[in-house]
Design a protein around this ligand. Structure first.
Ligand code: AR6
Length: 174
């Protein structure tokens, strides 16, 4: 049962000491607002340098929606930051599929780095406008399914900035 591996945290994802934290980035990988801005501010310039290197060598046209890449976490307590690009709600042909891919690819990437724990923000639910309840459902269903395939991940933390945003996911864990 996946539920005993899933937790909820209310607050700032940059304070967590999970092996990996996930960043709701944009395709440029060069930073932005929201959780992306918070991670780059708290983690320092090492993260941006690593993102630039990945972009220059592997993704000159930017990272596609739903894909994920991994970098150092700089000064953060986490060991890695996984950068994924969520769908822009209303702009994406199949936002459900893309959002699910963000969770799947991030989780599998963390597992391939032998991470035992990972924290996710509510990808796409801020600036990118995804309805929060639908997004929480996709996050939960995807993570529960992909956890079955993970060898190392023992703990997934869903991070919400506000208590009210966490309630639906909390109801799914009961
Ligand atoms: N800790 C945890 N959650 C947070 C934090 C934080 N420090 N800050 C915000 N949230 P958003 P998106 C929540 O806008 O919708 C950036 O400019 C927030 O309440 O960060 O995927 C990127 O560069 C919301 O529920 O990400 C992209 O251009 C959730 O995190 C674009 O925004 C996601 O909000 C990505 O937009």
């Amino acid at each position: 049962m996946a539920n005993n591996k899933i937790d909820i945290f209310i607050g700032d994802i940059t304070t967590l000491d999970t092996d990996a934290i996930v960043n709701a980035a944009n395709s440029s990988l060069l930073g932005g607002g929201g959780v992306d801005g918070a991670i780059h501010r708290a983690g320092g310039s090492e993260i941006l340098q690593a993102c630039k290197a990945i972009r220059d060598t592997e993704y000159p046209n930017g990272l596609a929606t739903g894909e994920a890449v991994i970098t150092t976490a700089g000064r953060l307590k986490a060991n890695y930051v996984i950068h994924t690009v969520g769908p822009i709600y209303g702009n994406d042909a199949d936002p459900k599929q893309s959002l699910s891919a963000c969770y799947r690819n991030s989780l599998l990437l963390a597992d391939s780095y032998k991470c035992t724990s990972i924290a996710f923000p509510a990808i796409s639910t801020g600036i990118y406008g995804y309805p929060k309840k639908e997004a929480a459902e996709i996050a939960y269903v995807t993570v529960a399914e992909v956890l079955e395939k993970c060898r190392y991940i023992r703990n997934v933390v869903f991070v919400f900035h506000k208590v009210e945003d966490s309630l639906y996911l909390k109801s799914l864990l009961k």
